[in-house]
Structure formats: structure tokens, C-alpha cells
Write a protein that binds this ligand. Structure first.
Ligand code: SF4
Length: 355
């Protein structure tokens, strides 16, 4: 089997480790690019969400590189994500490439551990559980790497960019729990900041794919770091895996907090977006909230209204950025620069009024 799956930013490495640990060969698509998006857009229904188009582009490119088996997450609550794999299978079939698509239901952990993975890879459930544990551990390392990178880059952008390829090598190479432990120590040494903190911090919230895939969000964490802003975040593969196993306490916290503005769940990740924003404002004392989501995403458009209310109640500015295939990188940078200028002014005014 030559397996492929969508690229998920830095978290791609944890998924790759999981499949390889089960004995599969992984054919990763090339880094997502304009070409990937164009291929995905051409093969997709016009009004479908951006994550569908980007991941379909990933699959087309991976199949061209020799992959024969596509893994795609499936199952969603009150959201069209549940239909992604079905429509993508039809689009791939229309492309004439040979493949088999395996939908991985997100909300059936027991079927995943005891049936789907053992049957697909011809291994025992115990082996699957061990590989899931390693993936968890690696997802934790990736989460920490991203946090370290965001802080250090905001303090020393050019220096950290020089260190990043080495850090990514460490991340990718760690495949067992002992290697992951060693990589964690090395990453802390490489990217640690000795307690220094950037002057400005923002909380990143939004739809999960746009939170973790750098091409999709215009590499927003890097762009903000270039402007001297640290991005704090919660959403990552680590939290998503915990959530699927009902072990993510932060999800329950977000759901409770979000009730102040959203009584009902409008689907997708809206409750989480709003709850995380409130948490960042109240506990992490961020200077602003940046909200990223696909243009046609109904749940996040509803979350947007709630976030505007949050700004009215707390005074913390929210920058909501929707993305589609026409979003320009220059336009994004201009909006970020204007937003960060405003945050800087507010921060100066606050420190003057404190003195
Ligand atoms: S959360 Fe939004 S972008 Fe994602 S599948 Fe649902 S509607 Fe589409």
C-alpha cells in the first residue's frame, strides 16, 4: 500500500509516523501550492468549502506521485464535512486515476482501533493502540514546537527562520517515544527564549484546517511574527485527537464559555472558536484575537457575530479573515499590518494611562 492523506501543516509529520509505524508506505503530496489549489478548484463543486478544494488538490498530486490509497477523515456533526470523502471519491474517480479511498470515521474510535486499522494494515489492535500512543506523543511535540516557534520568531524573526529547517528535521525524524523525548529536549534548547516575551500577543481561533495548515491561512503565524507579534493557539492535531477520545478538557471549557454568546451549537467548530477567544482574552490576556475561516463556512460566519459581541463587551479587537481561492497575499499582509499598528497604539495608550 502506498498511502496518502491531506497535508495538515506541521501535524502532517505525526500522521506520517502513525501510518509508517503500522507498516504502510507514505507518499506525501508536495507542499500545498497555488498549483495544488488550482487542481482542487478545477475538480470541485464551485461553492464547496476551501478545505475540500485544497485537500482534493493534495490527493490529485499524491496520486500522480504513485500513491494508491487515500485516507480521508469522515463524519461530522451538523456540518458538510461529513460529505467530503464521498464527493472527493467521486471527483477522484472522474479524474481517471486508479485509487482506493478509505474514509476514517472520526467519531468511532473503537471501530478505528479494533476494526478499520487492524484490517487495513493487517496488524493487531494492540499494535494500533501502540501506534496511536506514539502519534499522540508526536502531536504533543508538534504543538510545543509550534508554540516555541511562534514566540521565538516574534522576538527574533530572521534568526529563528535560520533555525527552523534544523527544528523541522528534528521533528520529522523523531519516530519512537524515546526519540520524541530527545527531540523535545533539543527543540527546547534550539528555540527556547529564556523567559523573554514579545510585547504583543494575539490569540488565533477559527476553523481547524485553517488553524493548522500554513498554505490555507497564508502562513499567518509567520506573518504576525514578522511584525513582532506572538500567536497563541489551542487548536492542533493534539487537541483534536484528545477531543475524539473525549479527553480534551479544553473543549468542555470552550463549550461552557461560548454559551455566553451562542446558546445552540451552529455546527462545525463555532463553539470552540468563541470559547477559545473568550479564554484567550480572560486568561492569556492577549492584545487581540485573529479569526481565520473559509469564506463559505456557515458555522464560522455565525461565530463571527459572537466575536463582534465579545469585542463590544471587552474592548479586545477581533480581526476576522475569510479566505477563498481569490484571497491575495498582499491584501492579507496589508490588513495584518494595519491591525498590528492599531494593537501597538492601544498597548502604548494603556501603558501611559497606567503610569
Ligand atoms: S467547518 Fe466550515 S469549512 Fe469546514 S466543512 Fe464545515 S462548513 Fe465547511
Amino acid at each position: 500500500m502506498k498511502a496518502t492523506f491531506p497535508l495538515l501543516g506541521y501535524d502532517t509529520y505525526a500522521l506520517k509516523t502513525f501510518v509508517e509505524d503500522l507498516g504502510g508506505e507514505v507518499v506525501l503530496p508536495p507542499a500545498t501550492s497555488k498549483k495544488t489549489l488550482e487542481a482542487g478548484v478545477e475538480a470541485s463543486p464551485e461553492l464547496i468549502c476551501m478545505p475540500f478544494k485544497i485537500t482534493l488538490g493534495n490527493f490529485l498530486e499524491a496520486l500522480d506521485m504513485g500513491a494508491d490509497t487515500v485516507f480521508m477523515a469522515a463524519g461530522a456533526r451538523k456540518c458538510r464535512f461529513g460529505y467530503y470523502h464521498y464527493l472527493q471519491e467521486r471527483a477522484l474517480a472522474r479524474s481517471g486515476r486508479p485509487f482506493r479511498l478509505i474514509p476514517v470515521s472520526q467519531y468511532s474510535p473503537y471501530a478505528f482501533l479494533f476494526r478499520l486499522m487492524p484490517v487495513t494494515f493487517g496488524v493487531s489492535p494492540t499494535r494500533v493502540i501502540r501506534s496511536v500512543a506514539v502519534m499522540f506523543y508526536k502531536a504533543g511535540l508538534t504543538h510545543e514546537f509550534r508554540a516555541l516557534l511562534n514566540r521565538r520568531r516574534a522576538l527574533d524573526f530572521a534568526g529563528t527562520e535560520r533555525l527552523k529547517p534544523r527544528a523541522l528535521e528534528l521533528l520529522e525524524a523523531a519516530r519512537s517515544t524515546s526519540e520524541i523525548r530527545a527531540a523535545r529536549r533539543s527543540l527546547r534548547r534550539l528555540l527556547g527564549c529564556n523567559g523573554s516575551r514579545p510585547v504583543l500577543r494575539v490569540g488565533l481561533v477559527g476553523e481547524i484546517f485553517f488553524m493548522i495548515e500554513q498554505f490555507a491561512n497564508g502562513d499567518i503565524e509567520k506573518e504576525l511574527a514578522r511584525l513582532g507579534v506572538e500567536v497563541v493557539f489551542e487548536r492542533s492535531l493534539l487537541h483534536h485527537l484528545r477531543h475524539l477520545l473525549h479527553l480534551d478538557w479544553s473543549f468542555y471549557r470552550s463549550r461552557r464559555l461560548a454559551r455566553r454568546y451562542l446558546r445552540e451549537c451552529p455546527g462545525g467548530e463555532a463553539l470552540r472558536t468563541v470559547g477559545e477567544a473568550i479564554h484567550f482574552v480572560e486568561h492569556d490576556r492577549v492584545d487581540g484575537i485573529v479569526h481565520v475561516y473559509p469564506f463559505t463556512c456557515m458555522p464560522e460566519n455565525i461565530a463571527l457575530e459572537a466575536l463582534q459581541q465579545l469585542t463590544e463587551d471587552t474592548g479586545v479587537p477581533v480581526l476576522s479573515l475569510s479566505f477563498d481561492e481569490h484571497t491575495s497575499r498582499t491584501g492579507l499582509q496589508t490588513r495584518l499590518e494595519a491591525y498590528v499598528d492599531m494593537l501597538r497604539r492601544r498597548s502604548r495608550e494603556r501603558s501611559i494611562s497606567r503610569d
